[in-house]
Design a protein around this ligand. Structure first.
Ligand code: KDG
Ligand code: MG
Length: 414
């Protein structure tokens, strides 16, 4: 069974997605997500110029060998662009293999270890009343775990906080406060950041949310890489009374040792890894048990083959999965995560922000969300179909993630 075509599909049904479609000479097609928010065309070019020509004529069954061929064969290893491209190829080959076997993909990964995946949704508000409304809306939609992000007094725009200006109507007719950080335009929007104001404000927000919604609801919070180790340690400690499910990305992730200091000071569970792209990025964190949840997405960390390896490594240290699932992971990447999460023994939680109706028209996923849980369908493969006509109707639009500056103009982590 040889790969006969490799198509790189770029489309923007409201936001940009890069999708790889591999087809075999006997007519099977597989999809892979290669979306890298704000750098989409770099991965598209990497795939079409340097990877697609190498795939034509290869045996589509050779998933591991193809992974090694692309990883070792590039010589220039790792990095988000390379690993997103490899991820797309790997995912598409798994999709094909499962379709050939006429089985949903999770069956090829060892079968179901659970009946559904607990997910968390994104509640946010510029102030407490808005935030409470958003949490109530999520609970009404069935969510059983909630990420909480709020505005900070004095700051105009803060990561993770949707505004009513972004409201749209969801598939069930409900109001959705979509938070989409990438904004269309030729250059990134600039935001401002004040760490002291943030650190003063957040504990009071979590206290209020616990007061309103009780002790049972799992709550999460994303710091988005903005603190120094000692600031992160202080935040983790100050949030202990509110019993978070996890505190995410407290420091910029490339310095793994920073988490050692944070860990020495707090028992708040820590999650990290959405910007990691290989197993090596986790080595110190796993072996020293410095985190509790590994956050990589299938589409950013080299595909199903590589992420499975990361989670098996994590399992040795009782570290669980917490796969990244914002709207810039396409329904193809999310479906891959759902199949993997269904099979692995150390599943923790899955992020589920929910895609827009326009995105669902393009991808037509068959996974289901009910009672706060995602479940794969029984369709062969990933269970996602790409609609070419819809894809062609929405060409790429330049869009960037924001950049961040401190109040005095210094560039900061966003
Ligand atoms: O593209 C950037 C987003 O994927 C990221 O900002 C989302 O931090 C994120 C999260 O936890 O979902
Ligand atoms: Mg995050």
């Amino acid at each position: 069974m040889q790969i006969s075509t490799a198509e790189v599909l770029v489309s923007s049904p409201g936001r940009n997605f890069v999708t790889l479609r591999l087809t075999t000479d006997d007519g099977f097609a597989g999809l892979g997500d290669a979306t890298l928010n704000g750098r989409e065309l770099a991965v598209a070019a990497y795939l079409s110029e340097h990877v697609a020509p190498l795939l034509i004529g290869r045996d589509a069954h050779l998933i591991e060998d193809t992974w090694q061929y692309l990883y070792r064969g590039a010589y220039w290893r790792r990095g988000p662009v390379t690993m997103a491209a490899i991820a797309a190829v790997d995912t598409a080959l798994w999709d094909i293999k499962a379709k050939v076997a006429d089985l949903p993909l999770y069956q090829l990964l060892g079968g179901a270890s659970r009946s559904g995946l607990l997910v968390y949704g994104h509640a946010s508000g510029k102030d407490l009343p808005d935030l409470f409304d958003s949490i109530r809306e999520h609970l009404a939609q069935g969510y059983r775990a909630i990420r909480v992000q709020t505005g900070v007094p004095g700051l105009h725009s803060v990561y993770g906080v949707a505004s009513s200006a972004n409201a749209s109507v969801g598939e069930g007719g409900e109001r959705r406060y979509d938070y989409e950080p990438a904004r269309a335009g030729a250059i990134p929007v600039e935001e401002t950041w004040d760490t002291r104001a943030y650190l003063r404000h957040v504990p009071a927000v979590l206290e209020a949310v616990r007061g309103e919604f009780g002790p049972q609801l799992p709550l999460l919070h994303d710091v988005h890489h903005r603190l120094t180790p000692i600031q992160a340690a202080k935040l983790g400690k100050s949030l202990e009374p509110y019993d978070l499910f996890w505190l995410e990305d407290v420091t910029p992730a490339e310095n793994q040792s920073a988490l050692r200091l944070v860990r020495q000071h707090t028992t708040t569970p820590l999650a990290i890894g959405e910007v990691f792209n290989t197993i090596w990025d986790y080595r110190e964190l796993f072996e020293e048990q410095l985190i509790d949840y590994a956050r990589s997405a299938v589409s950013h960390a080299g595909g199903i083959t590589a992420l499975r390896r990361i989670f098996d490594y994590a399992a040795i240290y009782q570290i669980k999965s917490g796969v990244h699932g914002p709207t810039d992971v396409s329904p193809v990447g999310l479906a891959a995560a759902i199949h993997l999460g269904t099979a692995i023994p150390n599943f923790g939680i899955q992020e589920y922000m929910r895609h827009s109706p326009a995105t669902h028209e393009l991808f037509r996923p068959s996974y289901t969300f009910a009672d706060g849980m995602l479940a794969p369908s029984e369709a062969p493969g990933l269970g996602v179909d790409y609609d070419d006509a819809v894809g062609q109707a929405h060409p790429y639009r330049a869009a960037y993630l924001p950049v961040n500056r401190l109040l005095d103009g210094t560039m900061h982590d966003w």
